[in-house]
Design a protein around this ligand. Structure first.
Ligand SMILES: C=C1C[C@]23C[C@H]1CC[C@H]2[C@@]12CCC[C@@](C)(C(=O)O1)[C@H]2[C@@H]3C(=O)O
Ligand SMILES: O=C(O)CCC(=O)C(=O)O
Ligand SMILES: [Fe+2]
Length: 352
């Protein structure tokens, strides 16, 4: 079985995944750096019903204490989710040489390849990804010259549905921070015309020997927030730091049918002046193929995001300097997990 890196994309083609003993290139030394635990007792990840009368308080608490929660009763049809899943299957089942026609290129987020964050790690991730920014039509035409429209239609329909869900969630998050209905539109994030989305489709091939491989290395997302659909197979884990009861541990996020996982990214941590937790997460692998679709909500390219003046006022001084989303991604591409430290008010990092 040959292993190869394709144009430095840090991905391997699915046909190369069928080996029993894991090659050193894919075998991580630190998968078991902390124990993996189930989401029970104090580690039960909050599940929030979108129709809960106490929605705002519950979302606020989950964003502060966890940075991740599961949302039920979201109103998105399961039929649409099944269609999204079939399109993801269809995409990742294409031969490697076809997928490589839409490989990511330097400086461009969109296209087929590994996650940019994987470049900071010495080992390969057991996954392939496809990022969609704006319309996927040009890429879809290259993938399926004779039938690209079904993919584009499903992506567009899903994008609309997830956008309105995202706006409702962001609205609730801002209210929980004490921003009033009137003030919402004056914040960069409360004005939905200033929010843009990007999608990341992930495929994690089944692995016969999954104990030392990782689907995605530990990372935070750079956006405000991500909404994740998973195909019923668990794999996502979040880091919970040492507390009175337990040591630092990886908590497995359950894959509850008909729910979405919502997690806080760096920009909402900045906007909330550190109140919302930008949760560190990773993906483990199992003997079943897993598919997921992460939808990232972030500001339009020219919008600068800093701590809300309401939160960074007299009592608490602002912790971070304002940044744009591309600006933050660029700093992350150099400093990786030290990026937020670099935009702290008291840091002397100068963007190059
Ligand atoms: C719009 C985005 C958001 C990206 C970059 C670009 C497309 C791919 C996204 C991810 C997905 C996987 C984790 C991450 C950290 C990565 O490496 O690629 C994300 C990154 C970010 O959160 O910045
Ligand atoms: O597949 C998952 O569960 C998580 C994916 C993820 O973290 C990402 O795309 O940023
Ligand atoms: Fe992520």
């Amino acid at each position: 079985m040959s292993l190869h890196t394709t144009r430095n994309l840090k991905i391997h083609q699915p046909e190369n995944f069928e080996f029993d003993s894991i090659p050193d290139s894919h075998s991580w030394d630190d998968v078991h750096d902390h124990p993996s635990v189930e989401p029970i007792g104090p580690d039960a990840i909050p599940v929030i019903d979108l129709n809960d009368p106490k929605l705002i308080a519950k979302i606020g608490k989950a964003c502060e204490e966890w940075g991740i929660f599961i949302i039920s009763n979201h109103g998105i049809e399961s039929e649409l989710l099944n269609q999204l899943c079939s399109q993801m299957h269809r995409l990742f089942a294409l031969p490697a040489e076809v997928k490589l026609k839409v490989a990511k290129t330097e400086g461009n987020d969109a296209g087929y390849g590994g996650a940019p964050v994987s470049h900071f790690f010495p080992k390969f991730s057991w996954s392939e990804g496809f990022a969609i920014v704006g319309s996927p039509v040009d890429h879809a035409k290259k993938l399926w010259p004779d039938d690209y429209s079904s993919f584009c239609e499903i992506i567009e329909e899903y994008n609309k549905a997830i956008n309105s869900l995202g706006c409702r969630l962001i609205h609730a998050m801002l209210l929980s921070l004490g921003v009033s209905e009137e003030e919402l539109c004056q914040t960069p994030i409360g004005d939905s015309s200033k929010v843009k989305t990007a999608m990341h489709l992930n495929s994690y091939p089944a692995c016969t020997n999954p104990d030392w491989v990782l689907g995605l290395p530990p990372h935070t997302d750079s956006a405000y927030v991500a909404i994740l659909y998973q195909n019923g197979v668990p794999g996502l884990q979040v880091l919970r730091c040492k507390d009175d009861i337990s040591p630092t541990r990886w908590v497995t996020v359950p894959a509850v049918p008909n729910t979405f996982v919502v997690n806080i990214g760096d920009l909402l941590h900045v906007l909330s002046n550190g109140r919302f937790h930008n949760v560190l997460h990773r993906v483990t692998i199992s003997k079943i193929n897993r598919l997921s679709c992460a939808c990232f909500f972030g500001p339009q390219a020219d919008v600068k995001v800093g701590p809300l003046s309401k939160l960074a006022g007299l009592e608490q001084s602002p912790l971070y300097r304002p940044v744009t989303w591309p600006g933050l991604k660029k700093i992350r591409s150099v400093l990786h997990d030290k990026a937020l430290q670099a935009i702290k008010i008291d840091s002397n990092y100068i963007e190059g």
